[in-house]
Design a protein around this ligand. Sequence first.
Ligand code: SAM
Length: 287
Amino acid sequence: MSSIFSLFFKKFFKYKDSRKGNFNDTSQFEDREMARKRHDDDSGIFQGRYVKFELGRFTDPFIYGRYQIFEEVKKDLDRLNSGSKVLDLGSGTGHLCKFIRDKGFEVKGLDPSKEMLSYARNNFPDIGFCEGVSAQLPFEDGEFDYVVSIEVLRYLNPKDVAKTYSEIFRVLKPSGFFNVTHVNRWATDFYVIYYTVIRFFITLSGKKYHNCYFTTASEEEDLIRKSGFLKTKSLGRMFASIRIGYKFGIFIGRLYALVLEVVNKKQVFKGRLKNFSGHLIIRGFKE
Ligand SMILES: C[S@@+](CC[C@H](N)C(=O)[O-])C[C@H]1O[C@@H](n2cnc3c(N)ncnc32)[C@H](O)[C@@H]1O
């Protein structure tokens, strides 16, 4: 009996440690590998989702969120001079690279998943995609004007996230800036609760569940400034509860999203409200 209790507590405290970010080096690389493997396995799902992109923002909650994120990326691209070089970190199936290329910029994509890279190269043969991880970028110092990373850091552990900021700092030109998205710890879809429960039981059964890096705007901005960036800005996009709406079916989800658009069309959240939104968007500026 006592050994069952000891197993339970061992698993529980190991699990709690990982939530606090006390990762040893092994889990840093394990998490990195799990993120890659998961996306190898899910690459077909991502490809299918982007194929539906043309059907409009209400198609599903994934696409709804991407429409909002792409609006933010467009704002960044509007600030860039022509001829600017852009890096899409964790480029997946390459659809954001296409969006950037279509706005007239030179863009490179990087991803560790061979399956994702295969879709990306097939989708957009004229764009350069390379294999690699965000914490060890295979690029020269000061090569890019702008780095963007959409829904990537969320799968990494805290050490890799911190290393990624240092690497972004290194590959950006002195006037460069970046935009990354994160999972809000207090998002009103309550994903943190769902994830924590699932992870708890999976960990208890002796398996490892992929990491999810929950954060807040102020925690992340502090970390980014520690990596050398002089200025940071953050905001939230999308009512997170829209994701819950879609759980009740496509009709209810779309209706709920439509009603919320009447209340707040753009769903751009600043101040404290950003910490409850569906996507936390953080920008860092080198100067
Ligand atoms: C949720 S997908 C997002 C893809 C794309 N950014 C988008 O928004 O469509 C996350 C991507 O991050 C990639 N990824 C996972 N671990 C990574 C790492 N350590 N460095 C860079 N990318 C990584 C995955 O292979 C996957 O393509």
